[in-house]
Design a protein around this ligand. Structure first.
Ligand code: ADP
Length: 597
């Protein structure tokens, strides 16, 4: 409700122009110096460009009162006019070159900054935002900044100076021309602002529909398997078409207004032109102005009026860009909830003793406590299993060990020190996780395994794959270790992805190893292979397993049973199996009858 209200408010008022320019300016901080340099060159170029028509005026005046003595003068003026035109074109060349350098730099700088920002933001942020949207926002924002700055430097800024200088020259020549210009410019500006205000809501709707359609398309493609299996191609295509046709409607609503205003704006220019000619004709008739001066006045004011028309259209485009640029700006302001301590402790090695002390935690968009006053320890060098019903808080515990989230209350300690006191990146290096869904990059199998250790030798990768029981299937792939595994590892089965995940964790050689339901969705053969692989690598490490299967849990030195965010039982398999009526005992019984895996 509140959001709707905000939208309406924004639709009515449009984008706050001053903020917009300020935000754009802050986004391109490293380029300020270069931009000022180009600005000075543009001013200089506009002055030089005005001198061409002035020499033409001198030539015409001399021609009107022609006699043989003026030949030399005329030739000199022709040469000067030529020189001024050439100087203008040389300056344009330098300005263009500088501008392309700036634009190139911005194309490198902004996306890089944006990616760095996205990578630095915690998991919590990424869980809220849709991947397709984030990437589209950045690329669209960069495109818009690029075209906006191009337009500004090639059209808007030169035109503004052109108009200022033209007005100054007209004032100097004859105040009446100056007044004509002064009268028409505000009418023109008024019409431009008006049309923009009118089309803003349609433009905004168009952007929103475009974003929505991109989201629908991305979802359909990401979930292509489900779409095809359930024969929902038509539904997806219709859904997309419905949204995209709103884009079409809004384009017409928007541009039909713009072209109507274009007719009005053209009319204003034509009237201005006629006024200047009438005034000029009158002055020439009364002998208070030479024909050369009339040509000069007409040429420069014609140029100024035409440029005005051009920039008013660019203004439309500037407004069109504002939304996309605002988004990049708001990303740049996004702050990480997980603050990395300044001069945080960077351990050379760790034991891997973890302690949860009175930890309470709720996800930001949830009123429920995912963990509620939780106390337990995960002993160094031992295997601890986290068990319990779904939603109990097991994954949340694993995330807190990584410090993807900070506790709302209480502390998580590593080797007796609060996690917040460590340098975030230093302590994370000692941890590796084999998640439920191993993420696979669209590179070779080898690079996927060596992800955390890119300088690993082939022998090391091979050894890790062997321990992870992955070698057998890898050698059967057509390209062996060099096989490209496709986006999100689509060419690999679930069990194969898991084994790549395990090999990846082995190469990282962590002190703390987390398995997040690594075997829960696998067939029994894959599970056996993975169990074996796990057994080989757990020795001498602190291991946390989030597990459902009794076979895995039994091996743990300690079992922590979590339900609704609370630790309700804690002990070895043997101990907990004795607690009559305990949740653990119930879980064992259910597994024995095969209800729950
Ligand atoms: P488990 O791993 O035991 O299934 P989780 O740790 O995933 O449990 O979840 C604990 C609670 O936190 C659940 O109520 C779940 O709905 C909630 N939860 C988990 N992840 C998020 C999230 N990213 N945002 C909001 N709530 C979440």
């Amino acid at each position: 409700m509140a959001e709707k209200k905000d939208n309406l408010k924004a639709e009515k008022s449009g984008v706050n122009i001053r903020d917009f320019w300020l935000h754009l300016w802050t986004l391109i901080v490293p380029f300020h110096g270069q931009i000022f340099g180009v600005l000075v060159l543009i001013i200089f170029a506009e002055i030089v460009k005005l001198s061409g028509p002035y020499f033409l005026k001198l030539i015409i005046d001399n021609l009107m009162a022609f006699d043989a003595t003026r030949i030399k003068e005329i030739l000199i003026f022709i040469a000067l006019m030529f020189a001024s035109n050439e100087a203008g074109s040389l300056l344009s060349y330098v300005i263009d070159g500088k501008m392309f350098q700036i634009l190139g730099g911005i194309n490198e700088y902004i996306p890089h900054q944006a990616l760095q920002k996205l990578l630095s933001l915690p998991l919590g942020y990424h869980e809220k935002e849709n991947t397709g949207n984030k990437v589209v926002k950045i690329t669209r924002g960069v495109d818009k900044i690029d075209s906006l700055l191009g337009n500004l430097s090639w059209e808007v800024v030169p035109t503004i100076f052109q108009i200022i200088f033209t007005a100054a020259v007209l004032l100097f020549l004859d105040w009446r021309f100056f007044l004509i210009l002064l009268f028409f410019i505000p009418i023109f500006v008024f019409l431009t602002l008006k049309v923009n205000k009118e089309v803003y809501p349609y433009r905004r709707k168009r952007f929103m529909s475009q974003d929505e359609s991109a989201g629908v398309m991305a979802q359909a493609i990401i979930n292509i398997n489900t779409v095809k299996s359930f024969v929902q191609e038509k539904k997806e295509s219709t859904k997309f078409q419905k949204i995209i046709s709103q884009v079409k409607d809004n384009i017409w609503l928007e541009f039909s207004r713009i072209i109507k205003y274009n007719v009005k704006r053209n009319f204003v220019i034509d009237v201005g032109r006629a006024f200047i000619l009438v005034a000029g004709f009158f002055l020439v008739w009364k002998n208070s102005m030479s024909i050369g001066s009339l040509v000069f006045v007409y040429t420069i004011s014609e140029k100024a009026l035409l440029s005005l028309f051009r920039i008013s259209r660019i203004y439309d485009r500037v407004m069109e860009s504002s939304e996309a640029i605002e988004r990049i700006y708001s990303l740049s302001l996004e702050e990480s909830e997980i603050k990395n301590a300044k001069n945080g402790f960077k351990p050379k090695n760790i034991d891997g003793q973890i302690e949860f002390k009175n930890v309470t935690f709720s996800y930001s968009d949830s009123t429920q406590k995912a963990l509620n006053k939780v106390n337990f320890s995960i002993n160094a060098g031992c295997m601890t299993a986290l068990v319990g019903p779904s939603g109990g808080g097991k994954t949340t515990v694993a995330r807190m060990v990584y410090r993807h989230y900070d506790p709302t209350k209480g502390d998580v300690l590593l080797d007796g020190k609060k996690l917040q006191e460590y340098d975030l990146y230093a302590f994370r290096k000692f941890i590796a996780i084999v998640p439920q869904e191993v993420e696979i990059f669209n590179t070779s199998v080898k690079d996927n395994i060596a992800y955390a250790k890119s300088n690993a030798s082939f022998q090391e990768v091979q050894a890790a794959a062997r321990i992870a029981n992955a070698e057998e299937f890898i050698t059967q792939l057509k390209g062996g270790y060099e096989t490209l595994v496709g986006e999100r590892g689509i060419k690999l089965s679930g069990g194969q992805r898991q084994r790549i995940g395990i090999a990846r964790a082995i190469l990282a050689n962590p002190r703390i190893l987390i398995f997040d339901e690594a075997t829960s969705s696998l067939d029994s053969y894959s599970e056996k292979l993975i169990q074996e692989a796990m057994d080989k690598i757990v020795k001498g490490r602190t291991v946390i397993v989030i597990a459902h299967r009794l076979s895995t849990i039994k091996k743990a030195d300690k079992i922590v049973v979590l339900e609704k965010g609370k630790v309700i039982e804690e002990g070895s398999h043997f101990e907990l199996a004795q607690v009559s009526g305990g949740l653990y005992q119930k879980l064992i019984k259910l597994q024995e009858v095969g209800d729950v895996d």
